[in-house]
Design a protein around this ligand. Structure first.
Ligand code: HDL
Ligand code: ZN
Length: 436
């Protein structure tokens, strides 16, 4: 599918008469592109942080270049070993990646091209000699206004964070009042409790929760008290966990026990969805650290069993294996408490996003959430959402042209209604997030 350039989103006040006008097939692609460009999106899963979190929030060119996606690609284009690389300072690592992936080779992978797109968005050169100018530019940005500018360019109205209550870097911020930036929303991320219980249960015990190594006795009730306490502190939009490709439900694991006896009942009590991100093969190459994870095909019967066993829970589900996508879409037809979302991580490449989005539209209409950025560095939202709009445009246009060919009237009003649902409405409905 030909790439189409997508203008940065601006609000449009198209007249109601014009937007109700019946479109000719040849007018549809332009209207779709315009609606996508002018509709701000809620970015429902990121690793970004609001300014209250200080250095935990990553931004600027050296962080963009040392993104773990680029570190993985770096080791394929350099003789530097991981052990030598980890001894370097952050700027030295960025210099090495810039040289190997941007100067000595063409940055045509999804993640390298993304850095070029960010530099271009700020009018900065992406030539081999450009790194110093980029560093000077980012060094003089003030974070608050930079965040506003970046989200405006990216067409993102709000960002949903990933917040771990057991993370020592985050905890002090939440314990001293938390954050209230209007464009950043919290999520209660539970990896250390749901599958890291052996390593982390004592942290809860030390904080006064009567839990034990086997999660027996009062442990489930005490985990629920912990979740209620953190719900008050964080006001999260949902609870979340990333699960391995081997995840099963039900089984006799502590993960299943805490999930069914504590987390899902708390989600029901607090009115929160539960996000399950399934399919990681963790640390297949530990030498690469954060870049060391891979992907595995999951047994989707776990999702089926959870949706059926807990009909009063709402699930957000993203799966990491391309081979699981069709199953996920079919399960979403069976369970209306299942909301598929995103083309996660190794799937966030135009060739795969296209395939996943087309099969979701064909099976689910507009009742799914097409993408999240998973951004770890602030400015990544610029290229990740530019790419999403660029990939979505021809797919949506083709859907409306087929609909027109089969006899329906297509108007900008209907396209806007559908894009609002995909970019915002499905998530607002699932989480109760007020529009804005
Ligand atoms: O577990 C997750 O939320 C994943 O998105 C990981 O953070 C992963 O390292 C990542 O950044 N993927 O994009
Ligand atoms: Zn993530």
């Amino acid at each position: 599918m030909a790439a189409t350039s997508v203008k940065s989103p601006t609000r449009k006040n198209g007249s109601s008469v014009a937007s109700a006008r019946r479109l000719k097939p040849e007018q549809i692609p332009g209207e779709v592109q315009d609606v996508l460009a002018s509709t701000q999106v809620i970015d429902i899963h990121t690793h970004l942080f609001s300014p209250a979190f200080g250095k935990v929030g990553l931004w600027g060119i050296d962080e963009l270049l040392t993104y773990h996606y680029l570190e993985a690609e770096f080791f394929r284009s350099s003789d530097t070993t991981p052990e030598e690389y980890w001894k370097l300072s952050k700027p030295e690592r960025a210099d090495a990646i810039w040289k190997a992936l941007f100067a000595e080779n063409s940055p045509i992978s999804e993640s390298t091209r993304g850095v070029v797109a960010v530099l271009n968005a700020f009018g900065l050169p992406a030539e081999a000699s450009g790194l110093q100018e980029a560093r000077r530019f980012f060094a003089v940005q003030s974070l608050e206004s930079h965040i506003r500018k970046v989200l405006q360019i990216a067409g993102v109205s709000s960002v949903v964070m990933t917040n771990d209550p057991l993370d020592p870097d985050e905890r002090p911020v939440w314990m001293s009042g938390g954050q209230s930036h209007p464009q950043f929303h919290a999520v209660l991320r539970l990896d250390r409790i749901l599958w890291g219980w052996p390593q982390h249960w004592q942290q809860l015990a030390n904080q006064g929760y009567a839990v034990d190594e086997d999660a027996s006795g009062k442990s489930a009730a005490e985990v629920r008290r912990f979740l209620a306490d953190w719900h008050k502190r964080m006001r999260p939009l949902y609870m979340a966990v990333s699960l391995a490709d081997t995840f099963q439900y039900p089984d006799d694991s502590i993960t299943s026990k805490i999930l069914s006896e504590a987390v899902l009942p708390s989600c029901r009590e607090l009115g929160l969805p539960m996000s399950l991100m399934i399919g990681v093969r963790r640390q297949v190459n530990p030498r690469l650290r954060l870049a060391g994870d891979a992907v595995g095909k999951a047994d989707m019967r776990a999702v089926e069993n959870l949706c059926r066993t807990f009909p009063d829970n709402r699930f957000l589900v993203s799966v990491l294996s391309r081979e699981n996508q069709h199953e996920l879409a079919v399960y979403a037809r069976k369970f209306n408490n299942l909301m598929p979302f995103g083309c996660w991580w190794f799937l966030n490449n135009p060739s795969i996003v296209e395939e996943i989005t087309r099969e979701r539209i064909e099976l689910l209409g507009t009742s799914f959430i097409p993408q999240h950025s998973d951004a770890r560095v602030l400015e990544q939202v610029i290229y990740k959402w530019q790419n999403t709009r660029r990939t979505l445009a021809p797919i949506l246009a083709n859907s409306y042209q087929l609909l027109h060919a089969d006899g329906a009237e297509i108007t900008r009003q209907k396209i806007q209604r559908d894009v609002n649902r995909l970019f915002r409405g499905n998530f607002e409905k699932w989480t109760g997030l007020r529009a804005g």
